[in-house]
Unconditional design. Structure first.
Length: 89
């Protein structure tokens, strides 16, 4: 049996500071609502892979899609500094 070894340097050099910076954590936090809404939409779509859609499923997908749009709008407004009231969630 042969041993396989890398012939090139590691792509990302090892560093003691591999933890995310505060700016990176803030960016993740700002996008978390969008990520959670997209996961909810994906869950609703995955359910339909093995069965036909019912009226309940169509309503669930429509609501999840609206949450994604609302979360994206709110994230964009936060990025530009404007705020929209009347969030539907």
């Amino acid at each position: 049996m042969k041993n396989i070894a890398a012939l090139q340097d590691v792509v990302t050099p090892w560093s003691d500071g591999l933890e995310p910076s505060d700016a990176e954590l803030d960016a993740i936090d700002a996008e978390m609502d969008v990520v959670l809404a997209e996961v909810e939409l994906l869950d609703a779509l995955i359910v339909l892979l093995d069965r036909p859609a019912s009226e309940f499923d169509a309503r669930r997908i429509r609501r999840a899609h609206n949450r994604v749009l609302t979360a994206r709008r709110n994230a964009a407004n936060r990025a530009t500094g404007t705020q929209v009231s009347g969030d539907a969630a």
